[in-house]
Design a protein around this ligand. Structure first.
Ligand SMILES: Cc1cc2nc3c(=O)[nH]c(=O)nc-3n(C[C@H](O)[C@H](O)[C@H](O)COP(=O)(O)OP(=O)(O)OC[C@H]3O[C@@H](n4cnc5c(N)ncnc54)[C@H](O)[C@@H]3O)c2cc1C
Length: 463
């Protein structure tokens, strides 16, 4: 049995190691960096930048803890080296794991040439690989609208933001979804002036309004300008912004035009308006694999495409665009390839995936949202406890945010929850386990947790 995987991001590497452990002959083809876009451009560098910004903002937090400080100075060259160091380390360690599991790693761009053949254009020539099963997990890339001419200098995609060469004096971010708000937080905490163009009346339009309100309040407190109800329709580079913004600045910059006639003058613009799948030039049509109108590859609950031995996973599958989901899909595919169709605990339920937004405060949620339950007319019990009542939050001098738990009033089963606050991305794990395992609020209340710890607020909300 030979299993060929196209794409070495979270989906591909997880599928490769799982299948190899289960005794399959695995070939993984990667055209760029092992670890994928997740390691090179998305999750890892963005969180490394945010961690540095967080260290700088921690200086103001410790000022309230009896520590005096002279203020932080950002060393951009050191930050760039740190990001490169982390991504290279992760690429090396992932490659080591693959090789130790006897995965054959082939460098080059791959495409299907019929349902059982993968062709790789490698530096040393073309190679044809016969395959019993194929996983296509080539990821996605930033969506660039036709009204924007990216130059990697003043008009940027999320991939142009790091390693940072220079910090923008004033950055206008277009797009107020998860990626957009993380970039606002990242650059503001590093010391930039930031304007966010919000097409609706709420940042994070798909999130619980109460959750989004905490973030908006924090952005406004930090001096982030929110331009609400405006849709960007054009961006122009200008030689001297002084000619545009009434003398408030000078030097080269950008003007972002909105559909309501307003415009924003800034030094740089960054577009964070979604992504498009990498499904071109993969030979999907030669193998008979269906692609939907947006370029995604539809899959069933085993991640099979319409051609049963050809699977798709990760961003390409058009499900939840998260590394964690891509990895779980990769595992699922490997188990299915080996024949473990009945592994019940690996059954994917995308509604139970936890997700986080690495702003300050962090935002994380899992399962059923309060607003969705109301929209469905479903009976729920909602309990909410602020971190202001947590000893640990007060000790850490950061009592912002809250824990909200959604449960079934009849059975007490935990259906979902949201956490806004310090370490929310870690704390949500407790609720994620509860939602996945069908635990009850009483199971959380009955757990003897550490004191003083932020997790105690989870138990208080469950009570
Ligand atoms: C700014 C940003 C921040 C993010 N932060 C997070 C986060 O904090 N947490 C989280 O869970 N998710 C995050 N995401 C989402 C996450 O990055 C993606 O969901 C994840 O990378 C998807 O994994 P993948 O395996 O599908 O694809 P990718 O990581 O994109 O990997 C696909 C791989 O396929 C390779 N490839 C493409 N075509 C070919 C070909 N023809 N032949 C060979 N190889 C090929 C590519 O080189 C690439 O290495 C973020 C996204 C963005 C944009």
């Amino acid at each position: 049995m030979r299993f060929v995987i196209i794409g070495g991001g979270p989906a591909g590497t997880e599928a490769a190691t799982t299948a190899a452990r289960l005794g399959v002959d695995v070939v993984l083809v990667e055209r760029d960096v092992v670890g994928g876009a997740a390691n090179l451009w998305d999750c890892v560098p963005s969180k490394a930048m945010i961690a540095t910004g967080g260290a700088m903002s921690a200086l103001s937090r410790i000022a309230g803890m009896g520590v005096s400080h002279a203020g932080g100075h950002l060393d951009l060259a050191a930050l760039a080296a740190r990001i490169t160091g982390i991504t290279e380390h992760l690429e090396g360690s992932t490659t080591d794991i693959l090789l130790s599991q006897k995965v054959e790693l082939v460098r080059g761009a791959a495409r299907l040439d019929g349902p059982h053949t993968v062709v790789v254009d490698a530096a040393d020539g073309t190679r044809r690989l016969d395959a019993d099963a194929v996983l296509v997990c080539t990821g996605s890339r930033p969506r660039i609208p036709d009204w924007a001419d990216l130059d990697g200098d003043r008009v940027l995609s999320t991939r142009d933001a790091y390693p940072p060469k220079a910090l923008p004096e004033h950055l206008v971010v277009v797009g107020s979804g998860v990626t957009g708000v993380e970039f606002v937080h990242m650059f503001e905490s590093l010391g930039c002036q930031v304007t966010l163009i919000v097409s609706r009346q709420q940042v994070l339009p798909r999130k619980d309004p109460e959750v989004a309100a905490v973030l908006e309040e924090d952005f406004l407190r930090r001096g982030v300008r929110l331009l609400k109800g405006a849709r960007a329709v054009g961006v122009d580079r200008v030689g001297d912004i002084g000619d545009w913004d009434g003398g408030g600045g000078s030097g080269p910059g950008v003007v972002v035009r909105c559909d309501d006639g307003r415009s924003v003058v800034a030094s740089h613009a960054l577009l964070a308006i979604g992504s498009v799948p990498n499904s071109e030039e993969l030979g999907l049509e030669t193998a008979g694999v269906e692609v939907d109108g947006s370029g995604y590859v539809p899959i069933n609950h085993h991640c099979q495409t319409n051609v049963p031995h050809i699977y798709a996973a990760g961003d390409l599958s058009g499900k939840l665009p998260l590394s964690s989901v891509a990895m779980m899909q990769g595992r699922k595919v490997a188990e299915h390839v080996v024949g473990g169709h009945s592994v019940a605990h690996r059954h994917l339920n995308y509604d139970k995936a936890a997700s986080a937004i690495f702003t300050e405060p962090e935002i994380a949620d899992v399962g059923l949202a309060e607003a969705d339950a109301f929209a469905e007319g479903r009976k729920i019990r909602v309990t909410k406890v602020p971190f202001a009542s947590s000893a640990r939050a007060l000790i850490d001098n950061d009592p912002r945010g809250f824990v909200k738990i959604v449960s079934d009033p009849a059975t007490g089963v935990v259906l979902g929850g949201s956490i806004v606050g310090r370490n929310a991305a870690e704390l949500i794990s407790v609720l994620a386990v509860a939602v996945t395992a069908g635990l009850k609020v009483a199971d959380i209340v009955d757990s003897m947790l550490v004191h003083p710890a932020l997790a105690e607020t989870l138990a208080a909300a469950a009570d």
